[in-house]
Design a protein around this ligand. Structure first.
Ligand code: ADP
Ligand code: MG
Length: 397
Protein backbone atom coordinates (compact mmCIF):
# COMPACT_ATOMS: atom_id res chain seq x y z
CA UNK A 1 0.00 0.00 0.00
CA UNK A 2 1.43 3.37 -1.05
CA UNK A 3 0.82 6.82 0.42
CA UNK A 4 1.37 10.39 -0.73
CA UNK A 5 4.53 12.39 -0.20
CA UNK A 6 2.87 14.76 2.30
CA UNK A 7 1.60 11.81 4.36
CA UNK A 8 5.03 10.17 4.31
CA UNK A 9 6.64 13.40 5.46
CA UNK A 10 4.11 13.86 8.27
CA UNK A 11 4.83 10.31 9.44
CA UNK A 12 8.60 10.77 9.28
CA UNK A 13 8.25 14.06 11.15
CA UNK A 14 6.70 12.22 14.10
CA UNK A 15 9.90 10.16 14.27
CA UNK A 16 12.01 13.31 14.27
CA UNK A 17 13.17 13.41 10.65
CA UNK A 18 13.94 16.88 9.24
CA UNK A 19 11.24 17.86 6.75
CA UNK A 20 9.96 21.22 5.51
CA UNK A 21 6.81 22.83 6.79
CA UNK A 22 3.96 22.35 4.34
CA UNK A 23 0.19 22.31 3.80
CA UNK A 24 -1.95 19.95 1.79
CA UNK A 25 -4.60 21.50 -0.47
CA UNK A 26 -7.65 19.59 -1.71
CA UNK A 27 -9.66 22.50 -3.11
CA UNK A 28 -8.35 25.32 -5.29
CA UNK A 29 -10.02 27.99 -3.13
CA UNK A 30 -7.95 26.88 -0.11
CA UNK A 31 -4.60 27.24 -1.89
CA UNK A 32 -4.02 30.87 -1.00
CA UNK A 33 -4.71 30.43 2.71
CA UNK A 34 -2.44 27.37 2.79
CA UNK A 35 0.42 29.15 1.05
CA UNK A 36 -0.08 32.17 3.32
CA UNK A 37 0.60 30.02 6.39
CA UNK A 38 4.13 29.34 5.16
CA UNK A 39 7.03 31.73 5.61
CA UNK A 40 8.44 32.08 2.08
CA UNK A 41 10.32 33.63 0.33
CA UNK A 42 10.18 30.47 -1.80
CA UNK A 43 7.18 28.15 -2.08
CA UNK A 44 7.24 24.74 -3.75
CA UNK A 45 3.95 23.49 -5.18
CA UNK A 46 3.90 19.72 -5.57
CA UNK A 47 1.29 17.50 -7.23
CA UNK A 48 0.44 14.55 -4.98
CA UNK A 49 0.08 11.32 -6.94
CA UNK A 50 1.31 7.80 -6.25
CA UNK A 51 4.03 7.99 -8.90
CA UNK A 52 7.52 9.41 -8.93
CA UNK A 53 9.19 11.61 -11.51
CA UNK A 54 6.64 14.39 -11.03
CA UNK A 55 9.16 17.17 -11.51
CA UNK A 56 10.02 15.94 -15.00
CA UNK A 57 6.45 14.91 -15.81
CA UNK A 58 4.00 16.81 -17.99
CA UNK A 59 0.29 17.51 -17.95
CA UNK A 60 -2.18 16.32 -20.54
CA UNK A 61 -4.24 19.50 -20.41
CA UNK A 62 -2.84 22.65 -21.98
CA UNK A 63 -4.33 24.90 -19.28
CA UNK A 64 -2.14 23.23 -16.65
CA UNK A 65 0.82 25.19 -18.00
CA UNK A 66 4.09 24.01 -19.48
CA UNK A 67 5.81 23.06 -16.24
CA UNK A 68 5.87 19.64 -14.53
CA UNK A 69 4.32 18.53 -11.25
CA UNK A 70 6.82 20.31 -8.95
CA UNK A 71 6.79 24.09 -9.30
CA UNK A 72 8.60 26.92 -7.59
CA UNK A 73 6.74 30.10 -6.67
CA UNK A 74 8.02 33.42 -5.37
CA UNK A 75 4.83 34.64 -3.71
CA UNK A 76 1.68 33.39 -2.00
CA UNK A 77 -0.37 34.44 -5.03
CA UNK A 78 1.90 32.65 -7.46
CA UNK A 79 1.89 29.48 -5.34
CA UNK A 80 -1.94 29.52 -5.22
CA UNK A 81 -2.04 30.09 -8.97
CA UNK A 82 0.18 27.09 -9.72
CA UNK A 83 -1.84 24.91 -7.35
CA UNK A 84 -5.05 25.87 -9.18
CA UNK A 85 -3.51 25.04 -12.54
CA UNK A 86 -2.57 21.53 -11.43
CA UNK A 87 -5.64 20.50 -9.43
CA UNK A 88 -7.94 18.23 -11.40
CA UNK A 89 -5.48 17.90 -14.30
CA UNK A 90 -3.75 14.71 -15.40
CA UNK A 91 -0.04 14.33 -14.76
CA UNK A 92 1.99 11.85 -16.80
CA UNK A 93 5.38 10.73 -15.47
CA UNK A 94 7.67 7.84 -16.35
CA UNK A 95 6.11 5.93 -13.43
CA UNK A 96 2.44 6.82 -13.92
CA UNK A 97 1.77 4.88 -17.13
CA UNK A 98 0.72 6.60 -20.36
CA UNK A 99 -2.77 7.37 -19.03
CA UNK A 100 -1.28 9.48 -16.25
CA UNK A 101 -2.89 10.23 -12.90
CA UNK A 102 -5.41 12.87 -11.96
CA UNK A 103 -4.05 15.33 -9.43
CA UNK A 104 -6.57 15.62 -6.59
CA UNK A 105 -4.23 16.89 -3.89
CA UNK A 106 -1.47 19.48 -3.87
CA UNK A 107 1.25 19.91 -1.28
CA UNK A 108 2.61 23.40 -0.82
CA UNK A 109 5.83 23.49 1.16
CA UNK A 110 8.63 25.83 2.09
CA UNK A 111 11.32 26.02 -0.55
CA UNK A 112 14.78 24.88 0.51
CA UNK A 113 18.21 26.03 -0.61
CA UNK A 114 19.98 23.03 -2.04
CA UNK A 115 23.70 22.44 -2.11
CA UNK A 116 23.70 18.75 -2.99
CA UNK A 117 20.99 16.21 -3.80
CA UNK A 118 21.60 12.68 -2.49
CA UNK A 119 19.71 9.41 -2.86
CA UNK A 120 18.67 7.19 0.01
CA UNK A 121 16.34 4.23 0.26
CA UNK A 122 15.40 1.41 2.59
CA UNK A 123 13.79 -1.68 1.18
CA UNK A 124 13.20 -5.33 1.86
CA UNK A 125 15.87 -7.23 -0.03
CA UNK A 126 14.38 -10.56 -1.04
CA UNK A 127 17.78 -12.04 -1.83
CA UNK A 128 19.09 -11.65 1.71
CA UNK A 129 15.66 -11.56 3.40
CA UNK A 130 16.82 -8.45 5.21
CA UNK A 131 16.22 -4.73 5.22
CA UNK A 132 18.74 -2.98 3.00
CA UNK A 133 20.00 0.56 2.77
CA UNK A 134 20.70 1.93 -0.70
CA UNK A 135 22.44 5.27 -1.11
CA UNK A 136 24.11 7.33 -3.79
CA UNK A 137 25.62 10.75 -4.30
CA UNK A 138 23.51 10.99 -7.48
CA UNK A 139 20.26 12.22 -5.90
CA UNK A 140 17.37 13.89 -7.69
CA UNK A 141 17.88 11.55 -10.63
CA UNK A 142 16.22 8.35 -11.68
CA UNK A 143 18.07 5.73 -9.63
CA UNK A 144 17.49 3.04 -12.28
CA UNK A 145 19.47 5.20 -14.71
CA UNK A 146 22.27 5.63 -12.20
CA UNK A 147 22.28 1.86 -11.59
CA UNK A 148 22.56 1.19 -15.31
CA UNK A 149 25.13 3.84 -16.23
CA UNK A 150 27.26 4.22 -13.10
CA UNK A 151 26.58 1.32 -10.71
CA UNK A 152 29.77 2.13 -8.78
CA UNK A 153 28.03 5.26 -7.50
CA UNK A 154 25.48 3.20 -5.56
CA UNK A 155 26.20 1.68 -2.17
CA UNK A 156 23.90 -1.04 -0.90
CA UNK A 157 24.14 -3.24 2.17
CA UNK A 158 21.74 -5.09 4.42
CA UNK A 159 21.21 -4.87 8.17
CA UNK A 160 21.40 -8.00 10.30
CA UNK A 161 18.01 -8.21 12.07
CA UNK A 162 19.74 -9.68 15.13
CA UNK A 163 21.67 -6.44 15.76
CA UNK A 164 19.29 -4.05 14.08
CA UNK A 165 20.55 -0.63 13.03
CA UNK A 166 23.95 0.35 14.44
CA UNK A 167 25.87 3.61 14.27
CA UNK A 168 28.48 2.09 11.96
CA UNK A 169 25.75 1.53 9.34
CA UNK A 170 25.02 5.24 9.42
CA UNK A 171 28.75 6.12 9.29
CA UNK A 172 29.22 3.90 6.28
CA UNK A 173 26.42 5.77 4.51
CA UNK A 174 27.76 9.17 5.60
CA UNK A 175 31.25 8.46 4.26
CA UNK A 176 29.94 7.08 1.01
CA UNK A 177 27.83 10.22 0.55
CA UNK A 178 30.88 12.41 1.20
CA UNK A 179 29.50 13.89 4.43
CA UNK A 180 31.94 15.40 6.93
CA UNK A 181 32.23 16.59 10.53
CA UNK A 182 28.94 17.21 12.29
CA UNK A 183 27.05 15.89 9.25
CA UNK A 184 28.26 12.37 10.00
CA UNK A 185 26.59 12.41 13.40
CA UNK A 186 23.46 13.91 11.89
CA UNK A 187 23.42 11.21 9.22
CA UNK A 188 23.86 8.43 11.80
CA UNK A 189 20.88 9.82 13.72
CA UNK A 190 18.70 10.28 10.65
CA UNK A 191 19.39 6.75 9.35
CA UNK A 192 18.43 5.41 12.77
CA UNK A 193 15.17 7.34 12.63
CA UNK A 194 14.36 6.04 9.15
CA UNK A 195 15.22 2.46 10.07
CA UNK A 196 13.02 2.66 13.18
CA UNK A 197 10.08 4.03 11.19
CA UNK A 198 10.59 1.39 8.51
CA UNK A 199 10.54 -1.52 10.97
CA UNK A 200 7.83 -0.21 13.31
CA UNK A 201 5.41 0.62 10.51
CA UNK A 202 6.05 -2.52 8.44
CA UNK A 203 7.20 -0.58 5.43
CA UNK A 204 8.16 -2.26 2.21
CA UNK A 205 9.89 0.72 0.68
CA UNK A 206 11.11 4.10 1.91
CA UNK A 207 12.75 6.19 -0.77
CA UNK A 208 14.14 9.66 -0.17
CA UNK A 209 15.12 11.18 -3.48
CA UNK A 210 16.47 13.68 -2.89
CA UNK A 211 17.91 13.83 0.59
CA UNK A 212 19.54 17.24 0.45
CA UNK A 213 22.52 18.96 1.99
CA UNK A 214 21.68 22.61 2.64
CA UNK A 215 24.18 25.46 2.47
CA UNK A 216 24.76 25.38 6.25
CA UNK A 217 25.51 21.65 5.96
CA UNK A 218 22.25 20.37 7.45
CA UNK A 219 20.40 17.42 5.92
CA UNK A 220 16.75 17.47 4.90
CA UNK A 221 14.23 14.98 3.54
CA UNK A 222 12.98 16.75 0.40
CA UNK A 223 10.96 13.96 -1.18
CA UNK A 224 9.57 10.81 0.42
CA UNK A 225 8.00 7.78 -1.16
CA UNK A 226 6.67 5.20 1.26
CA UNK A 227 5.06 1.83 0.60
CA UNK A 228 3.75 -0.51 3.31
CA UNK A 229 3.45 -4.27 3.36
CA UNK A 230 -0.28 -4.68 2.61
CA UNK A 231 -0.41 -7.88 4.63
CA UNK A 232 0.66 -5.97 7.74
CA UNK A 233 -1.53 -2.88 7.40
CA UNK A 234 -4.13 -4.47 9.70
CA UNK A 235 -1.63 -3.96 12.52
CA UNK A 236 -1.51 -0.21 11.90
CA UNK A 237 -4.90 1.54 11.89
CA UNK A 238 -3.09 4.89 11.57
CA UNK A 239 -1.48 3.69 8.34
CA UNK A 240 -4.72 2.18 7.01
CA UNK A 241 -6.30 5.63 7.36
CA UNK A 242 -3.78 7.07 4.90
CA UNK A 243 -5.02 4.89 2.06
CA UNK A 244 -6.18 6.91 -0.95
CA UNK A 245 -8.42 4.62 -2.97
CA UNK A 246 -8.61 7.07 -5.87
CA UNK A 247 -4.95 6.26 -6.56
CA UNK A 248 -5.56 2.56 -6.96
CA UNK A 249 -6.56 0.53 -10.00
CA UNK A 250 -10.39 0.34 -9.73
CA UNK A 251 -10.33 -3.33 -10.72
CA UNK A 252 -7.77 -4.17 -8.03
CA UNK A 253 -9.79 -2.19 -5.51
CA UNK A 254 -12.96 -4.11 -6.38
CA UNK A 255 -11.05 -7.40 -6.19
CA UNK A 256 -9.70 -6.57 -2.74
CA UNK A 257 -13.28 -6.10 -1.47
CA UNK A 258 -14.00 -9.71 -2.41
CA UNK A 259 -10.67 -10.94 -1.08
CA UNK A 260 -9.49 -11.96 -4.54
CA UNK A 261 -5.78 -11.98 -5.35
CA UNK A 262 -5.91 -9.86 -8.47
CA UNK A 263 -3.21 -7.82 -10.20
CA UNK A 264 -3.99 -5.92 -13.40
CA UNK A 265 -1.44 -6.39 -16.20
CA UNK A 266 -1.04 -5.03 -19.73
CA UNK A 267 -1.92 -8.03 -21.93
CA UNK A 268 -5.06 -9.19 -23.73
CA UNK A 269 -5.90 -12.57 -22.17
CA UNK A 270 -7.93 -12.47 -18.97
CA UNK A 271 -7.12 -15.36 -16.62
CA UNK A 272 -9.23 -16.95 -13.91
CA UNK A 273 -7.26 -19.54 -12.00
CA UNK A 274 -7.21 -21.14 -8.58
CA UNK A 275 -3.92 -21.20 -6.72
CA UNK A 276 -1.10 -18.72 -7.09
CA UNK A 277 1.27 -21.32 -8.55
CA UNK A 278 -1.20 -22.40 -11.21
CA UNK A 279 -1.95 -18.74 -11.94
CA UNK A 280 1.75 -18.09 -12.55
CA UNK A 281 2.03 -21.18 -14.75
CA UNK A 282 -1.03 -20.07 -16.71
CA UNK A 283 0.51 -16.65 -17.33
CA UNK A 284 3.75 -18.30 -18.45
CA UNK A 285 2.07 -20.63 -20.88
CA UNK A 286 -0.01 -17.82 -22.40
CA UNK A 287 3.27 -16.04 -23.12
CA UNK A 288 4.72 -19.26 -24.51
CA UNK A 289 1.92 -19.42 -27.06
CA UNK A 290 2.58 -15.83 -28.10
CA UNK A 291 0.11 -13.67 -26.13
CA UNK A 292 0.22 -11.65 -22.92
CA UNK A 293 -1.90 -12.08 -19.77
CA UNK A 294 -4.23 -9.20 -18.87
CA UNK A 295 -4.13 -10.06 -15.21
CA UNK A 296 -3.01 -12.35 -12.47
CA UNK A 297 -6.01 -13.77 -10.64
CA UNK A 298 -6.08 -16.42 -7.96
CA UNK A 299 -9.66 -16.98 -6.80
CA UNK A 300 -8.33 -19.01 -3.89
CA UNK A 301 -9.13 -22.42 -2.54
CA UNK A 302 -12.53 -21.93 -0.93
CA UNK A 303 -14.09 -19.52 -3.39
CA UNK A 304 -17.87 -19.32 -3.44
CA UNK A 305 -20.05 -18.95 -6.51
CA UNK A 306 -20.46 -15.24 -5.64
CA UNK A 307 -16.71 -14.72 -5.47
CA UNK A 308 -16.20 -16.43 -8.82
CA UNK A 309 -18.97 -14.30 -10.32
CA UNK A 310 -17.29 -11.11 -9.07
CA UNK A 311 -13.92 -12.27 -10.37
CA UNK A 312 -15.38 -12.92 -13.79
CA UNK A 313 -17.07 -9.52 -13.81
CA UNK A 314 -13.79 -7.78 -12.98
CA UNK A 315 -12.06 -9.57 -15.86
CA UNK A 316 -14.78 -8.75 -18.39
CA UNK A 317 -14.93 -5.09 -17.30
CA UNK A 318 -11.38 -4.62 -18.60
CA UNK A 319 -11.61 -3.28 -22.18
CA UNK A 320 -8.11 -4.65 -22.87
CA UNK A 321 -9.34 -8.23 -22.44
CA UNK A 322 -9.81 -9.87 -25.84
CA UNK A 323 -10.26 -13.42 -24.56
CA UNK A 324 -10.63 -15.30 -21.26
CA UNK A 325 -8.98 -18.48 -20.07
CA UNK A 326 -10.51 -20.19 -17.07
CA UNK A 327 -8.04 -22.74 -15.74
CA UNK A 328 -9.15 -24.64 -12.67
CA UNK A 329 -7.57 -27.56 -10.92
CA UNK A 330 -10.19 -28.60 -8.42
CA UNK A 331 -8.58 -29.74 -5.20
CA UNK A 332 -10.27 -27.92 -2.36
CA UNK A 333 -12.02 -25.82 -4.99
CA UNK A 334 -14.84 -27.71 -6.72
CA UNK A 335 -15.15 -27.51 -10.49
CA UNK A 336 -18.95 -27.27 -10.32
CA UNK A 337 -18.73 -24.16 -8.12
CA UNK A 338 -16.43 -22.50 -10.65
CA UNK A 339 -18.74 -23.53 -13.50
CA UNK A 340 -21.77 -22.10 -11.71
CA UNK A 341 -19.95 -18.85 -11.04
CA UNK A 342 -18.85 -18.50 -14.65
CA UNK A 343 -22.34 -19.21 -15.98
CA UNK A 344 -23.96 -16.80 -13.52
CA UNK A 345 -21.48 -14.06 -14.38
CA UNK A 346 -21.90 -14.48 -18.13
CA UNK A 347 -25.69 -14.37 -17.74
CA UNK A 348 -25.35 -11.15 -15.78
CA UNK A 349 -22.77 -9.25 -17.79
CA UNK A 350 -22.79 -11.03 -21.16
CA UNK A 351 -19.82 -12.41 -23.02
CA UNK A 352 -18.29 -10.41 -25.84
CA UNK A 353 -14.96 -12.24 -26.14
CA UNK A 354 -13.98 -15.90 -26.63
CA UNK A 355 -13.93 -18.01 -23.47
CA UNK A 356 -11.85 -21.15 -23.02
CA UNK A 357 -12.50 -23.30 -19.96
CA UNK A 358 -10.24 -26.02 -18.68
CA UNK A 359 -11.52 -27.91 -15.66
CA UNK A 360 -9.77 -30.75 -13.88
CA UNK A 361 -10.14 -32.42 -10.48
CA UNK A 362 -12.93 -32.54 -7.92
CA UNK A 363 -16.43 -32.68 -9.45
CA UNK A 364 -15.01 -32.12 -12.93
CA UNK A 365 -17.87 -34.02 -14.62
CA UNK A 366 -20.50 -31.96 -12.83
CA UNK A 367 -18.63 -28.80 -13.79
CA UNK A 368 -18.41 -29.72 -17.45
CA UNK A 369 -22.09 -30.64 -17.42
CA UNK A 370 -23.04 -27.20 -16.09
CA UNK A 371 -20.97 -25.47 -18.78
CA UNK A 372 -22.19 -27.75 -21.59
CA UNK A 373 -25.87 -27.37 -20.78
CA UNK A 374 -25.65 -23.62 -20.13
CA UNK A 375 -26.00 -22.70 -23.78
CA UNK A 376 -22.91 -20.52 -23.50
CA UNK A 377 -20.43 -20.31 -26.34
CA UNK A 378 -17.54 -21.89 -24.47
CA UNK A 379 -14.49 -23.57 -25.97
CA UNK A 380 -13.60 -26.62 -23.86
CA UNK A 381 -9.95 -27.51 -23.28
CA UNK A 382 -8.44 -30.77 -22.08
CA UNK A 383 -5.28 -29.60 -20.40
CA UNK A 384 -3.25 -26.51 -19.64
CA UNK A 385 -1.32 -26.27 -22.91
CA UNK A 386 -4.43 -27.11 -24.94
CA UNK A 387 -6.29 -24.31 -23.12
CA UNK A 388 -3.54 -21.76 -23.68
CA UNK A 389 -3.19 -22.68 -27.34
CA UNK A 390 -6.94 -22.43 -27.90
CA UNK A 391 -7.40 -19.04 -26.26
CA UNK A 392 -4.39 -17.52 -28.03
CA UNK A 393 -5.68 -18.88 -31.35
CA UNK A 394 -9.19 -17.54 -30.65
CA UNK A 395 -7.79 -14.08 -29.92
CA UNK A 396 -5.01 -13.84 -32.46
CA UNK A 397 -6.50 -16.07 -35.18
P1 ADP B 1 9.70 13.89 -8.03
O1 ADP B 1 10.77 12.94 -7.57
O2 ADP B 1 8.36 13.24 -8.08
O3 ADP B 1 10.07 14.58 -9.31
P2 ADP B 1 10.63 15.67 -5.90
O4 ADP B 1 9.94 15.96 -4.64
O5 ADP B 1 11.85 14.82 -5.82
O6 ADP B 1 9.56 15.05 -6.93
O7 ADP B 1 10.99 17.05 -6.59
C1 ADP B 1 11.76 17.15 -7.77
C2 ADP B 1 12.87 18.17 -7.57
O8 ADP B 1 12.31 19.42 -7.21
C3 ADP B 1 13.85 17.82 -6.46
O9 ADP B 1 14.88 16.98 -6.93
C4 ADP B 1 14.32 19.18 -6.04
O10 ADP B 1 15.39 19.60 -6.87
C5 ADP B 1 13.13 20.08 -6.27
N1 ADP B 1 12.37 20.30 -5.01
C6 ADP B 1 11.41 19.52 -4.48
N2 ADP B 1 10.94 20.00 -3.31
C7 ADP B 1 11.63 21.12 -3.07
C8 ADP B 1 11.66 22.08 -1.99
N3 ADP B 1 10.84 21.98 -0.93
N4 ADP B 1 12.53 23.11 -2.09
C9 ADP B 1 13.35 23.23 -3.15
N5 ADP B 1 13.39 22.39 -4.18
C10 ADP B 1 12.55 21.33 -4.14
MG1 MG C 1 11.93 12.70 -6.02
Amino acid sequence: MNIHEYQAKALLRTYGAPVSDGRVVLKAEDAKTAAGELDGPLWVVKAQIHAGGRGKGSFKEADAGEKGGVRLAKSVEEAAEEAKKMLGRTLVTHQSGAAGKQVNRIYIEDGSDIERELYLALLVDRQTSRVSFVCSTEGGMDIEEVAAATPEKILSFSVDPATGYQAYHGRRIAFSLGLEGAQVKECVKLMGILYKAFIEKDMEQLEINPLIVMPGGKLKVLDAKVGFDSNAVYRHPDVAELRDETEEDPKELEASKYDLNYIALDGEIGCMVNGAGLAMATMDIIKLYGAEPANFLDVGGGATKEKVTEAFKIITSDPQVKGILVNIFGGIMRCDVIAEGVVAAVKEVGLKVPLVVRLEGTNVEAGKEIINTSGLDVIAADNLSDGAEKIVKAVKG
